[in-house]
Design a protein around this ligand. Structure first.
Ligand SMILES: Nc1ncnc2c1ncn2[C@@H]1O[C@H](COP(=O)(O)OP(=O)(O)OP(=O)(O)O)[C@@H](O)[C@H]1O
Length: 261
């Protein structure tokens, strides 16, 4: 059995004369927990959109959950992939209750209550909200939530369809220190759960790598600088090249930090 959840080979995405992704090779195995690191504009969100089957590359080969992008019905593939990020929150209709937003994920909708949801779906949605610490917000309008509350609701939503692959685009961006640490604790617990989906989290900051994560992909200007197990690739050399300045990297247990050398 092929246990690769993502398999990208020579993936290039061009817009105008610019390569947003440039010959990216990346392989993610079942159960791995990846962080995708890179500076602003490195192509991280573009890569996640490819992994979500939202964007077809200009060149190269993409396999998601063993299915070849271009040859598979993406509407059958997408329920197997959970996605949370600004691309989702920006599209939520004004006035959408939190519970509806989470429930709608099971049906591929992004918005108001459009289906007759069964009791098991309601129970699962409430349980997920509770698990992510936002159970008491189920009846609130999504747009009235704080940034930290929204992030947790969107992750609960992304897990609603019981996906095999979970993609989180900058889940800790905009959170205060307490909010960040709370989210990282929850992501660590997810990472350590053998039943959890394969995880890919995009971030700008090595401080936002949750403990329990196993691999990193580093991108700069659309190209891969390094890719592999955290222990091997989290070097000052790789991070300095990725972010374009000389960095010192420190490790404390399973957490990382970096600053200018
Ligand atoms: N449709 C488009 N046409 C032209 N350029 C684009 C398009 N979409 C994205 N870009 C550019 O591609 C580059 C990569 O964008 P992307 O959003 O993937 O980067 P990122 O690493 O996620 O950045 P950030 O960390 O700032 O969110 C950026 O320079 C962006 O301006």
């Amino acid at each position: 059995m092929d246990e690769r959840v993502l398999d990208l080979s020579g993936v290039t995405v061009r817009r105008g004369g610019t390569a947003l992704l440039d010959g990216v090779d990346w392989s993610v195995g079942e159960g791995e927990r990846w962080v995708v690191l890179g500076p602003n504009g490195a192509g991280k969100t573009t890569l996640l959109n490819v992994a979500f089957s939202q964007l077809h590359p200009t060149a190269g080969r993409v396999e998601i959950l063993g299915e070849r992008l271009g040859a598979v019905d993406v509407f059958e593939l997408r329920p197997l992939i959970g996605y949370a990020g600004a691309a989702v929150s920006n599209q939520v209709e004004e006035g959408t209750p939190v519970l509806d937003l989470v429930l709608s994920a099971a049906y591929g909708y992004l918005g108001r209550f459009r289906e007759e949801y069964g009791t098991p779906d309601l129970g699962r949605a409430r349980a997920l909200l509770g698990h992510w610490g936002v159970g008491d917000l189920a009846d609130r309008n999504f747009h009235t939530l704080s940034e930290g509350e929204r992030k947790r609701v969107l992750i609960a939503r992304a897990l609603m369809s019981n996906p095999e692959l979970l993609l989180l685009d900058e889940p800790a961006a905009g959170l205060d220190l307490g909010g960040r640490e709370d989210l990282l604790r929850r992501l660590s617990s997810l990472a350590r759960n053998d039943a959890a989906p394969t995880l890919v989290v995009v971030s700008h900051h090595v401080e936002e790598i949750p403990s329990g994560f196993t691999h990193a992909l580093m991108l700069r200007e659309g190209a891969v600088v390094a890719s592999g197990p955290l222990d091997e690739v989290m070097t000052a050399e790789n991070l300095s090249e990725t972010f374009g300045l000389e960095l010192k990297v420190e490790r404390d247990g399973e957490r990382w930090s970096a600053r200018a050398a």
